[in-house]
Design a protein around this ligand. Structure first.
Ligand SMILES: [Fe+2]
Ligand SMILES: [Fe+2]
Length: 382
């Protein structure tokens, strides 16, 4: 759906909008309403029903050069069994971000660090979670008894309601990953439950990496055994090498999308839908020198630069990025991406709340149709 809500010459003084002129009699009437916990709708209508979505969040950049030393220090200051989860949280640079502990919109994000031999105690919650592995080696997670090994740029799921613990094997390296959860959404819906597992860690119930080894070959599913009937993907980790090859192959046969270059969705291989019910994720590849056209959509997006360097223009503001910088695009905000390198691809991992928008029939998108599809800030800083 695009532009279907556009009203010609929209103005709050036009028919159909609240345009009551207050009088002394009305003021007296408002006070009587307040005394019985009520108000006049026309006093608030134009504010609570804007012509189009107005985000309360700001485009925010978290530079990995700034964050990484602080994340490393957290590993010296606090033990994971004390912290529950030892995470440095990314707070959107806005009042709403601080109030809701949100990276943007209804999305929470943070950087978690684990040293060899450490473990985050097993627990579960109604918030859905997923992780993008940024550095290290020998990390693992156990999700409902499935043990999964994790390496750089892997994308791993923790579906809502699943028991999970994670850590780094004793012979591994210090590992840092980005967590993404829908904690602000769960709290807005007042549906947030949390439980601690009876033991510190789960005993794996299946062979190590049974999920990716069963479901990780594109288009192939096991033809025997019980049918997968859970509301999330049976593939619980998406390997970086497979993801990267998928994008390289797509680029051999497609020009990609004008707004995102070559972009692919992490999907449930059984249904083709999103991997999780409330959180979506993509990996996109920007060819050398590519400058995408601007668009905007409902829903919020958090990006993590998997490879490369460049910048994005978000709401007219230029944000320069390089590997493992994180930035966000708030709902209904114009954005376009640029790979400034002349010889290397750039890869952007991102996660979003699009499954929620789609399930509620609220996903809308619009192309920027003036100035040849580019925002007026063309990277010159003007
Ligand atoms: Fe968790
Ligand atoms: Fe977009």
């Amino acid at each position: 759906m695009s532009n279907s809500y556009r009203t010609e010459h929209a103005s709050d003084s036009m028919r159909g909008r609240s345009r009551v002129t207050d009088t002394p009699d009305l003021h007296a009437y408002y006070r009587e309403l307040e005394a019985v916990s009520a108000t006049a709708f026309w006093k608030r209508a134009n504010e609570i029903e804007p012509w189009e979505p107005i985000t309360r969040y700001s485009p925010t950049l978290w530079r990995y050069d700034d964050l990484r030393p602080l994340v490393l220090r957290s590993a010296e200051l606090v033990r994971p069994e004390e912290a529950g989860r030892r995470v440095v949280v990314l707070i959107n640079d806005s009042d709403a971000g601080r109030q809701h502990t949100a990276a943007v919109g209804w999305l929470f994000s943070g950087l978690q660090i684990m040293k060899p031999g450490e473990i985050t105690p097993a627990h579960r919650h109604t918030a859905s979670a997923h992780r993008f592995i940024m550095e290290g080696g020998g990390a693992y997670t156990v999700v409902d008894g499935h043990e999964i090994t994790l390496e750089g740029n892997d994308y791993v799921l923790t579906p809502n309601g699943c028991w999970h613990d994670h850590g780094v094997f004793a012979d591994g390296q210090i590992s840092i990953w980005q967590d993404g959860l829908d904690i602000p959404l769960m709290n807005a819906l007042e549906t947030n439950f949390y439980a601690v597992y009876p033991e510190e860690r789960q005993t794996p119930l299946h062979a190590r990496d049974d999920s990716p080894l069963s479901y990780g070959a594109g288009g192939m599913l096991p033809a025997y055994g019980p049918a997968w009937d859970k509301p999330y993907s049976p593939l619980q980790v998406y390997r970086w090498a497979t993801t990267r090859d998928a994008l390289y192959n797509l680029a051999k046969v497609s020009d990609g999308c004008p707004f995102d270059g070559h972009i692919m969705r992490y999907s449930n291989p059984v249904t083709g839908g999103w991997a999780l019910k409330t959180l979506g994720a993509h990996m996109q590849m920007l060819k050398p020198g590519l400058h995408t056209r601007a668009h905007r959509h409902t829903g919020n997006v958090v990006y993590n630069v998997a490879e490369g360097e460049g910048y994005s223009i978000i709401g007219g503001q230029r944000i320069d990025w390089k590997k493992h910088d994180i930035f966000c695009v708030p709902a209904w905000t114009w954005h376009e991406h640029v790979n400034t390198h002349k010889g290397e691809q750039a890869f952007l991992f991102s996660f979003n709340d699009f499954p929620v928008m789609e399930a509620l029939g609220l996903y809308m998108t619009e192309a920027y149709d003036s100035n040849s599809g580019y925002q007026s800030n063309n990277g010159s800083g003007s």
